[in-house]
Design a protein around this ligand. Structure first.
Ligand SMILES: Nc1ncnc2c1ncn2[C@@H]1O[C@H](COP(=O)(O)OP(=O)(O)OP(=O)(O)O)[C@@H](O)[C@H]1O
Ligand SMILES: [Mg+2]
Length: 372
């Protein structure tokens, strides 16, 4: 908003005073010359002197008008054109204390405010765009996972029965072989092991498609975590791993299926142990987060001291069959299954990792969340 304060009419005042002073000085000089040279002055000389005075005063007036009015007006016009063209934040260089200076300062501050507003708007727009892109990506991923899940469940179901047959009959063949056929017995055992591996993959696929039975009950997350931790402590791969816990014992019960959550926690712990080459520490903590609209979220954190996840893998680790483990060690279904389970409870899994500084997985579950 333009505000005319004390400098109101400063320019007009200056111009009036200057013009008055010029005309007054001219008139006095003219009078003095006239009195002093009265006798020798002819009409022609008088006209010449008058013309010289008028010309000098006109030149002086034009110069004054140029500096006080034309030049600042041209600068203001150029500045306004720059603002109109969107070149914000470039000040108009008029430092006088008159109306021109006031107008220039007001325009400068308006231009700076517009620039700031523009930048904030740009930030807000790019933030909104990023969120929309993220939501879109999540939607595409969810759709991809859902269709993959349906396909996987179908394939798994079809393969499961012949595979059970292979395992059963391989056991029968092995049992019927005499003890001296050591090599053949070993070969049959390879068949059984490989078929069991296929069976494990199928179990994973079925879990991914959630075609397994589950029962949603009130669960004490801390008790569940302790059970899983006690379970893994017995495994050799955790013998050189320190497991620290900071559990919030004021958590209300969560509504979920114990086996499913156990499967998620177990996979995160095994992933951490594998990533750390079975040496290091894992920190597990639980807490309640205040969600939007006052709805609370349980958060379970698993942080390891491992090598972390390379940036180029972060967006892939939840994809089915993505694994960096050697053939035969990992199927790449663990996190995809875990993600599917947590999403179905209306929750989320967030991963943060700085390569070389370990990885953190945060499982968020809404309070009173149920599988859809
Ligand atoms: N804590 C971790 N630190 C570093 N990398 C990890 C961690 N957790 C997961 N990853 C990476 O994510 C990949 C996918 O994990 P995911 O659990 O889905 O499959 P997997 O462990 O390879 O196989 P599976 O769980 O089916 O046996 C891992 O192979 C590994 O590269
Ligand atoms: Mg895994």
């Amino acid at each position: 908003m333009l505000r005319f304060s004390k400098s109101h009419n400063v320019l007009a005042g200056r111009l009036i005073v200057t013009v008055g002073a010029l005309i007054g000085t001219g008139a006095i000089l003219f009078g003095l010359i006239f009195i002093k040279y009265r006798e020798v002055l002819t009409v022609e000389k008088l006209v010449l002197i008058t013309a010289c005075f008028v010309a000098t005063i006109s030149v002086l007036l034009c110069t004054i008008l140029y500096y006080f009015v034309s030049k600042p007006v041209a600068l203001l016009e150029a500045g306004m054109k720059r603002i109109a063209a969107g070149e914000l934040g470039q000040p108009i260089e008029i430092n006088s204390s008159d109306e021109m200076g006031l107008l220039a300062r007001t325009l400068n501050s308006m231009s700076a405010d517009m620039k700031l507003y523009h930048e904030r708007m740009e930030d807000a727009v790019s933030e909104k765009t990023r969120k929309i892109m993220e939501a879109q990506e999540e939607l595409i991923n969810a759709e991809k996972l859902a269709s993959l899940g349906r396909m996987a469940a179908g394939v798994a179901h079809e393969i499961n029965s012949p595979l059970t047959g292979i395992i059963t009959f391989a056991h029968l063949v092995k049992d019927s072989l005499p003890a001296e056929d050591g090599q053949i017995r070993e070969d049959v055992q390879v068949i059984i092991d490989q078929a069991n591996r296929c069976s494990a993959i199928i179990k994973g696929l079925l879990g991914f498609a959630r075609r397994t039975d589950f029962e949603v009950v009130d669960l004490d997350l801390n008790v569940l975590i302790r059970t899983v931790v006690d379970m893994v402590k017995k495994q050799a791969r955790f013998h050189n791993i320190r497991l620290d816990m900071a559990l919030d014992y004021h958590l209300q019960p969560a509504r979920a299926d114990a086996n499913q959550l156990q499967q998620v926690f177990l996979n995160l712990l095994i992933n951490a142990a594998d990533a750390m080459n079975e040496k290091g520490s894992i920190f597990i903590s639980t807490r309640l987060l205040k969600g939007d609209g006052g709805r609370g979220m349980f958060e379970i954190e698993f942080t390891d001291s491992g090598p972390g996840i390379p940036e180029e893998h972060i967006n892939k680790i939840f994809e089915p069959f993505f694994t960096t483990k050697p053939v035969g060690k990992g199927t790449g279904l663990g996190l995809a299954v875990s993600y599917g389970i947590i999403k179905k409870y209306g929750g989320d899994i967030i991963v943060k990792s700085a390569p070389g500084k370990g990885a953190s997985f945060f499982i968020r579950l809404p309070m009173q969340g149920e599988a859809k």
